[in-house]
Design a protein around this ligand. Structure first.
Ligand code: AMP
Ligand code: MG
Length: 407
């Protein structure tokens, strides 16, 4: 039996990057940037108006007010998409709409509310003195040409999509999604929707693990339910070993008489890196490799499968894609947490930020690894390495935030 730390480092050492591909902007959501995105031009691209109004030379509006307006000569219109090539001289102005290019010679915008208004007249009255720079969005004030706008390894969310479009990217390079096979094993399993018979249970892990894999951003290529029988295990697993980057099985990996998964993996040439980790739940966790495939045998209890997935497999799928996001934080316990003397203890829990801005957490009261409903009220997994002393309310503990849940 090895420690959690050792298990994690063995797994990390076996992660290889699996390359990148080009996708169009429409299909880039939730993918991971394979390259830094560079600003190919400054943003804003040109000086433009932040408001609807008049482009003026600020000096011309000196002391202007409602009772003593300044009258300027109108020379033209600059609107968004239709710039004007006028060069403003002293005493002149141009109508300039939001987003319109600032005409040469102008140094500020007087908003239309501070004037006699838009019209076809050859003059306009200005009611307020302008200061140089008023209501002008300066070229490059947001981003300079050549700046890294989005670093590689970032997940593409609505913000990234919008910024990519802003800089004119139509296609981009993203990490290839790892291909994943999910197997659940057990003679007792029956599919939701079917009538349940004596001794049977509904198969929850296949659905739960599939959803977890989706959340991690990988592609599921095989999903199977297998009986506790060596030959069907062998046939299905050997197919997956040839076609997938990550193979996940649940069940059949403990000490039971019908637990054949480990034996079948090894018979198919999988190199075992470890079996059994000093942790609760999830002690019988198996990890092996075959060429570049990573193989995980998760114990079948739903909470064990769930926690092992989040702690061991999610980081692998992120690592394959060079994605960097640490969801582990330190939070203050609001209830005692029973530390195990020899095992790393994981428990689902709830975390939140209190009114003084502190991150607090509460472990669930349902401790059994078969009690999947404990995860319903949770948004994180609490964890403590082995130790002699119970952690008490007020002590700090590490939490792993489930990134699809809110604090
Ligand atoms: P095993 O690891 O195969 O010994 O299974 C441990 C426990 O998890 C047993 O109570 C199984 O019935 C249960 N179990 C195994 N696979 C699943 C599954 N796919 N869905 C729900 N429970 C499962
Ligand atoms: Mg079983």
């Amino acid at each position: 039996m090895i420690s959690v730390k050792k298990a994690q480092s063995i797994i990390i050492d076996n992660i290889k990057s699996i390359g990148f591909e080009t996708v169009s902007l429409e299909n880039a959501g939730n993918r991971i940037h394979a390259e830094d995105i560079i600003a190919t031009f400054p943003m804003p691209l040109f000086d433009n108006s932040a408001m609807d109004g008049f482009a003026v030379r600020a000096a011309d509006t000196k002391d202007a007010n409602k009772s003593l307006p300044v009258t300027l000569r109108m020379t033209g219109i600059s609107s968004a998409g239709t710039p004007s090539d006028i060069i403003l001289q002293s005493g002149e102005c141009a109508q300039c709409m939001t987003g319109g290019k600032i005409p040469k010679g102008a140094d500020s915008i007087v908003i239309v509310e501070n004037s006699s208004g838009f019209s076809d007249s050859t003059t306009v009255e200005i009611f307020k003195e302008a200061k140089a720079g008023d209501h002008i969005r300066k070229q490059g004030e947001e981003i300079q040409k050549g700046d890294v706008v989005i670093p590689k390894g970032t997940c593409i969310t609505p913000s990234e999509i919008g910024v990519l479009a802003t800089f004119g990217y139509e296609k981009l390079s993203v990490m290839i999604k790892p291909k994943v096979a999910i197997f659940v094993t057990g003679n007792e399993l029956i599919e939701p929707g079917k009538k349940i018979k004596s001794g049977q249970i509904y198969n929850s892990n296949l659905y739960m693990l599939s959803e977890l894999v989706e959340k991690s951003g990988a592609e599921i290529v095989i999903r199977e339910v297998i009986k506790d029988d060596r030959s069907s295990l062998r046939i299905l697993l050997s197919d997956a070993l040839q076609n997938c980057d990550v193979i996940i099985s649940s069940g059949g990996v403990s000490m039971g008489r019908f637990d054949y998964v480990r034996e079948v993996y090894k018979g198919l040439g999988v190199q075992e890196h470890f079996w059994k980790v000093a942790q609760k739940p999830g002690k019988p966790l198996f990890f092996g490799t075959l060429e570049s495939s990573l193989i995980f045998g998760l114990p079948g209890n739903p909470i064990s499968s769930f926690i092992c997935y989040v702690e061991y497999i999610h980081p692998v799928i992120q690592g394959f894609q060079n994605k960097k996001k640490n969801l582990k934080h330190r939070a203050i316990l609001t209830k005692n947490f029973a530390v195990e003397s020899k095992k790393h203890r994981y428990l689902f829990g709830k975390s939140w930020i209190n009114s003084s801005g502190k991150l607090l957490c509460l472990p669930v009261s349902k401790h059994g690894s078969h009690m999947l409903t404990a995860s319903l009220e949770s948004n994180c997994i609490l964890e403590s390495p082995p130790g002699k002393k119970e952690l008490r309310a007020g002590d700090k503990i590490t939490i792993n935030l489930l990134n699809w849940r809110n604090l």
